[in-house]
Design a protein. Sequence first.
Length: 140
Amino acid sequence: MTDDTEETERKTVMTYVPAYQKEQWKTHAERLGMSQSEFVRTMVQAGRSDFEIPDRTHADEEASDDDGGGGSEFEGRVLDALSAADHRSWDELLDALTDDIEDRLDETLQDLQAANRVQYSGRHGGYALAPGAFEGDDGR
């Protein structure tokens, strides 16, 4: 198998989500003119690009050293979201904390495409840097 074939060969990935979540994803994908597969693939890649996964051992050490008086910016956002209602489910908290990420991603991708720094390819199932995207770009 050549390197080109390995890069374009597709494999199946399965996951199980609650029915309501699948329906939300389906509706959102339709709004964006995407298949469900394309939508999930795009959202996973967007998440992998924009969010750092914390090292749990380091985070656990920091939490045990905390006297309860401080806290991270994200911790403050969690507390704010919880103060807005008596109780919030996991999904409600997730929605409250990530409500603007899709809008921010969409706006940023539109700006990058308008500046010819990013291109979308339906054939390849996603976004990529445009040829010469960073040539002479000192504003990066």
